[in-house]
Design a protein around this ligand. Sequence first.
Ligand SMILES: Cc1cc2nc3c(=O)[nH]c(=O)nc-3n(C[C@H](O)[C@H](O)[C@H](O)COP(=O)(O)OP(=O)(O)OC[C@H]3O[C@@H](n4cnc5c(N)ncnc54)[C@H](O)[C@@H]3O)c2cc1C
Ligand code: SF4
Length: 509
Amino acid sequence: MVSRLILVLGDQLSMDVAALRKADKTRDIVVMAEVTDETGYVAHHPKKIALVLSAMRHFAMALKKDGWTVAYTYLDDAGATRSIVGELMRRAEEYDTTEVLATTPGEWRLIEALNNAPLTLSMLPDDRFVASQTEFDDWAKGRKSLRMEYFYREMRRKTGLLMDDGAPAGGKWNFDHDNRKTAQPDMLRSQPMQFTPDDVTEEVLSLVEARFGKNFGALRPFHLAVTRPDALRALDHFAKYQLPEFGDYQDAMLCDDRFLNHSLLSPYINLGLLSPLEVCQRVEKEWKDGRVPINSAEGYIRQIIGWREYVRGLYMREGPEYPQRNVLNQTRDLPWMYWGGETRMNCLRHAVAQTREDGYAHHIQRLMVTGNFALLAGVDPHQLHEWYLAVYVDAYEWVEAPNTVGMSQWADGGIIASKPYVSSGSYIDRMSDYCASCEYSVKNKTGENACPFNLLYWDFLDRHRDRFARNPRMGTMYATWDRMGAERHDAVRDGAARILKRLDRGEVV
Ligand SMILES: Cc1cc2nc3c(=O)[nH]c(=O)nc-3n(C[C@H](O)[C@H](O)[C@H](O)COP(=O)(O)OP(=O)(O)OC[C@H]3O[C@@H](n4cnc5c(N)ncnc54)[C@H](O)[C@@H]3O)c2cc1C
Ligand code: SF4
């Protein structure tokens, strides 16, 4: 019988991924390929490239050990093509078959490339998500607004997670109200688990150093997990040591603690090393066994079966053009400080420094520091989207684009966020210790030394008055602005114009 090619992409590293489940180990050939189109469609952080390549190589080894035949293309293989489709064509010729079984890729770019390939392709739904796309589309159909919270409740009912006889455990669906505590530096707070690179990873690190060493980001030290057993260890460590206070400190930021109680599991879940459901079930168990309070368990599970599922459903529903949206017509170039250029803004300096070193910043840093500043400063959302896609080790378009274009930049016109996530410096001051050691004064609302967020926040609202003034959730902001009076308005507008001019001239802000 003629064999088929079973495509396994770099973020489909799960033994039970749909295409592998339907394949026949005795005759089919698993195709995995490291190709330059994938390592280069944006200038990825070197740690991200190393993570994906090393995880792919380890997964291929695990497949072979399990009895599969794997046709694996290394990045430096002579005769290798640039693309996934190119590699499939090459293997099709080698194994004399045009039949390909694939699991639907997470990105439109690859879905379209595969659909256009001259191959006999069967594309199976990627069922590693809690909701199928059909379920999401059915939920979304006919709704005026697609609020995550309601979708999340459906997912709670579907999975039974934190449910008590059909009602939400603890009497509430959402404990976010309890999750806004500020954090104090704590030398004893546990940090995410670190792993020592083995020989396979070391080889990948040398390759990445040579080929991608000039990309933004530090390759070493490299301590990420690249196998499922290690990812499971990272989950276990998180559940035991960081989860109990996850809820309390979910929104907090500290200069000397990059991770606080965050799990750092997104790279492993997104690659397929961990399944989202098993992660949530483990978290629920910690709560059931009395080791974790409900606000932490619920807060964490909501991020995964709520936000993660919801942004994926939206990305697929909205189609390939979604990342191009720019409803607010923002056109400013991404400031150089996002690539490590000098800045006097302590919050931005910290967020970018840890992004460069770790390929990681937690959600509030992404949303309320780098995202907030870009939105207030009128940065082109597509440039920002490409930045997020490049610099984070967990970044894949299906999850990154809705978070950036939708949640953070309101460039989709409010599909995801009912109002823009913007704030002045006082939010950052409340949730972090950044302002205490900043060259700007968060208390100053106008003048040379005023925190740029303070000036740009009101200027943004003023610039976009026609669009937002009637938004019921923004009425009080406009009422406050109106009460400030003409003199203060002029000072804010002048101060904001000064900062924006400096950004445009490439001067330090
Ligand atoms: C502008 C912007 C860009 C982002 N880009 C990405 C990205 O490229 N890849 C990515 O996985 N996440 C992205 N996020 C969402 C979120 O910031 C990260 O999932 C989270 O910071 C990952 O770190 P963690 O594992 O320590 O998360 P934790 O705080 O421990 O959260 C637990 C898990 O919940 C999931 N999660 C939490 N929030 C979200 C969310 N908004 N959307 C989807 N999943 C979520 C992740 O799987 C995460 O591992 C982005 C958020 C913003 C505001
Ligand atoms: S004062 Fe403003 S710029 Fe400085 S850290 Fe605080 S919020 Fe950031």
